[in-house]
Design a binder for this molecule. Structure first.
Ligand SMILES: Nc1ncnc2c1ncn2[C@@H]1O[C@H](COP(=O)(O)OP(=O)(O)OP(=O)(O)O)[C@@H](O)[C@H]1O
Ligand SMILES: [Mg+2]
Length: 267
């Protein structure tokens, strides 16, 4: 099947204001090529500042490559890609709207009638166990609840691809694993393509079909790994899978080279 997302020879140069009004060019991505098949769950891992969010922003059409191109379903991305659902690290819930009103926001923008909105939001709120909290405002919800809301308010409008940038970053370890499990259950069988950024290798292994490891800045893709664990996965016992230890060690060894190089200023 033709890949749904293709990055071909992508370079990104950011120009920032330097000392004494000199402009300084900064190479964020270098010669990145990557293909993501439809329906795949792909994670990006790599040192801080290696360009993971920049590449996501390019797929969403928010940032343009300096050279090379990003193709979505065979067409270069030019302008905001409306087939994409983007879940960022901040949940960005609107504080003046209730949980249900936040969940229904995108449907409202799309002109979906009120009764259909209600039916859909009821269904999604139930799927993540938030029934009864419909009238709560974001400040009345826990961090994990807010993450659930940001997840379902994206899934509800049925985007073809979902970009998630460290969505579970600030949560405690238990809530993270519970949300990973919920995410897999919501995703499995939908056929949606997911691109997921994380610093947590265990999370990347538990969730993904493939993991793209980025080198230190300027980011290149160092290697793409096929995760050797079948589905469905038990995220609560992922460490106990016979293929887990060797795969984790290999990933960590390859990532560590990049992190050590950043700390020593090598390269
Ligand atoms: N709009 C911008 N203007 C200037 N520089 C930028 C801009 N966006 C990103 N950068 C720089 O590009 C590099 C890559 O940034 P990016 O946010 O993509 O990294 P990242 O891999 O997502 O890092 P982290 O893991 O810390 O989130 C960084 O050095 C960053 O400072
Ligand atoms: Mg980032």
């Amino acid at each position: 099947m033709e890949p749904v997302i293709v990055a071909r020879d992508v370079y990104k140069v950011f120009v920032a204001q330097g000392d004494r009004d000199r402009r300084r060019a900064f190479l964020a991505l270098q010669d990145v090529s990557l293909a993501i098949g439809a329906g795949r769950f792909v994670s990006f891992v790599g040192p801080s500042g290696c360009g993971k969010s920049t590449l996501l922003n390019m797929v969403a059409g928010l940032v343009r490559p300096t050279e090379g191109e990003i193709r979505y379903k065979g067409t270069p991305v030019a302008g905001v890609n409306t087939d994409v659902g983007y879940i960022t690290q901040d949940d960005n819930l609107l504080p003046w709207r209730t949980l249900r009103e936040n969940v229904e926001l995108a449907l409202e923008f799309r002109g979906v009638p009120r009764t259909t909105r209600r039916e859909l939001s009821t269904k999604y709120i139930r799927m993540v166990g938030l029934t009864g909290f419909d009238h709560h405002y974001p400040h009345e919800l826990s961090g994990g609840m807010r993450k659930r809301v940001s997840l379902i308010r994206t899934l509800i409008y049925d985007p073809d691809i979902i970009l998630m940038d460290e969505p579970f970053g600030p949560l405690d370890a238990q809530t993270r694993v519970i949300l990973q499990d919920e995410l897999l259950k919501l995703w499995e069988g939908t056929g949606k393509t997911v691109v997921f950024v994380t610093h947590d290798l265990v999370e990347a292994i538990a969730l993904s079909d493939e993991i793209a490891l980025f080198s230190r800045a300027p980011g290149k893709i160092k290697h793409v790994y096929e995760v050797p664990l079948e589905r469905p996965r038990d995220v609560f016992r992922i460490h106990a899978h016979p293929n887990f230890p060797a795969f984790y060690d290999r990933l960590w060894r390859d990532l560590k080279e990049e992190i050590v190089a950043v700390e020593l200023g090598v390269g």
